[in-house]
Design a protein around this ligand. Structure first.
Ligand code: NDP
Length: 461
């Protein structure tokens, strides 16, 4: 027996996000939670037959290995309605008389989302209607505030789900268990013991045909402004009493409110670079500016680094380095916590020379601790050894986790409006400094580790 129905209206149903992420995410959710009763109502400007839409839904469910009878039920109820979402009458017709609760998912270009919100604000929507919004949430602080105001004219804040699929990644969620269920780490999670934290998401993938989106966004906006600041908030927040969404989202917001550029200066706190031609695992990668669809005049970075600090008692003085880029030699997607040196090492022991480190690998998922132990031979000669464990496989795709939260009206895994604004507040001075060319655009050959010298933390006054 399936749950009460929810109608998931997907605006932009023939787009890339729906095909690559949303429908597969729904499939992975239904495989684990087959009792969910979801009516998938696709809407887009494109002409599409009912059969074609049902086939798309069916393919995603099949690929996710959803039970046959569940897939039949969901595909049977799915329908498509050709709609220009900016046409008030067509939009009204789309959401009128839908069965069960209503979720409106904006898989639309950002400027269209703003227009549709303005129309929805004038309409009578069913009680409890939820909005699911994709990033970017505005393109700077001012537009983020405007978008929030517009969306809150449609439904209250706790019915607005701003999507960040990183929050559905099991290894990011693992931060909560690791931090708050292990006595061994709790007392160490402070500036007294931690020297620096590196949150890194280096990809060996290059542009992979996504110039249309990426060349307008760049590494800082694509990754750091959204995903990496969310990871920082999960890493640095205070301990919650429970998994209550209000509490956890407030604790994350508290961190982001306290977050500021290292040294207060966007020029010294940030670095940017762009890849030139190179080779990655035997693959020839062209110069970024020669990639199809790239406009070199935009000056888009493919690697960015931002150093911030969290201005509170727990973290004062600890640099958090947020780095992400494309076409790098290694897929280095991990949080590295570097601990301070012990206060005293007994005379007669030879140090390993390397600090103790906790490494939280985000993809595919592992935890490892580098500690000083006896080396081979002389027992007083120390060396660094790794204790580690892989993490369990995710039960579903990150989009499945996030979608499950929306269908349950549980905002734990979505971004609250004030937080979306804070994330722009943090990066906006950097984007301004880059536009004014105050930070040089460095270069690195594709397949390398990026420019030299980025690991050092600049001194502050
Ligand atoms: P696409 O351009 O592939 O899809 C958007 C769809 O919306 C298109 O089918 C488009 O139709 C349709 N559309 C445009 N205007 C209207 C309208 N007035 N009424 C109805 N449909 C309309 O974009 P994506 O799927 O890539 O992105 C969608 C959103 O998701 C964006 O906000 C993006 O930033 C975000 N996002 C995307 C990710 C991705 O990997 N694709 C990842 C994270 C976020 P038409 O082709 O006719 O214009």
């Amino acid at each position: 027996m399936a749950d009460a129905p929810t109608t998931l209206v997907i605006l932009g149903a023939s787009g890339d996000l729906t095909r690559r992420l949303l429908l597969p995410g729904l499939g992975s959710l239904l495989r684990i939670e087959p009792d969910r009763h979801v009516v998938v109502l696709g809407a887009d400007r494109a002409e599409m037959s009912q059969e074609e839409w049902k086939q798309r839904v069916s393919d995603s469910l099949q690929e996710a290995d959803v039970q046959e009878e569940v897939a039949e039920r969901v595909v049977g109820a799915a329908r498509y309605q050709q709609t220009d979402a900016l046409d008030p009458q067509q939009l009204t017709d789309l959401v009128a008389d839908v069965p069960g609760g209503l979720v409106i998912y904006f898989a639309l270009p950002p400027q269209v989302t703003v227009g549709v919100c303005a129309l929805l604000a004038e309409m009578d929507l069913p009680e409890g209607t939820r909005l699911a919004m994709e990033k970017p949430f505005g393109h700077d602080l001012e537009t983020a505030i405007q978008l929030n105001e517009q969306a809150r004219k449609v439904v209250p804040e706790d019915q607005i789900f701003r999507i960040d699929h990183f929050l559905g990644v099991n290894t990011v969620l693992n931060l909560l268990g690791l931090r708050f269920a292990n006595r061994i780490f709790q007392p160490l999670w402070t500036a007294e013991h931690i020297e620096r934290v590196d949150i890194c998401y280096d990809e060996s993938l290059a542009l992979e045909g996504r110039a249309g989106y990426y060349d307008k966004a760049g590494a800082l906006t694509d990754m750091t402004q959204s995903h990496l600041l969310q990871v920082l908030a999960m890493f640095a927040m205070e301990s919650p009493a429970s998994m209550d969404p209000d509490e956890i989202r407030s604790l994350k917001a508290q961190v982001l409110r306290a977050t500021a550029l290292w040294g207060g200066d966007p020029v010294t706190a940030s670095r940017r670079a762009r890849y030139t031609a190179g080779t990655i695992e035997g693959r020839e990668v062209p110069d970024y500016t020669a990639e199809e669809g790239v406009d070199p005049e935009r000056g888009t970075e493919t690697l960015s680094q931002l150093i911030v600090h969290v201005r509170n008692q727990r973290w004062s003085g600890v640099p958090f380095v947020l780095r992400s880029g494309k076409a790098l030699g290694d897929d280095n997607k991990q949080i590295t916590v570097t601990f301070r040196a012990p206060a005293h090492i007994p005379d007669g022991l030879t140090e390993s020379g390397a600090p103790d480190r906790l490494k939280l690998e985000l993809r595919p998922g592992a935890v490892a601790l580098d500690i000083s132990v006896n080396a081979e031979g002389d027992p007083f000669d120390l060396e660094q050894k790794e204790l580690g464990t892989p993490l369990g496989q995710p039960r579903m795709k990150p989009y499945g986790e996030v979608l499950g939260g929306i269908l349950d009206s549980n905002p734990l895994l979505s971004i609250r409006g004030d937080t979306a604004e804070q994330m722009w507040r943090i990066v906006e001075p950097v984007l301004d400094a880059w536009r004014a060319d105050e930070v040089p655009m460095e270069e690195y050959a594709a397949g390398t580790a990026g420019p030299d010298g980025w690991y050092e933390i600049p001194a502050t006054d």
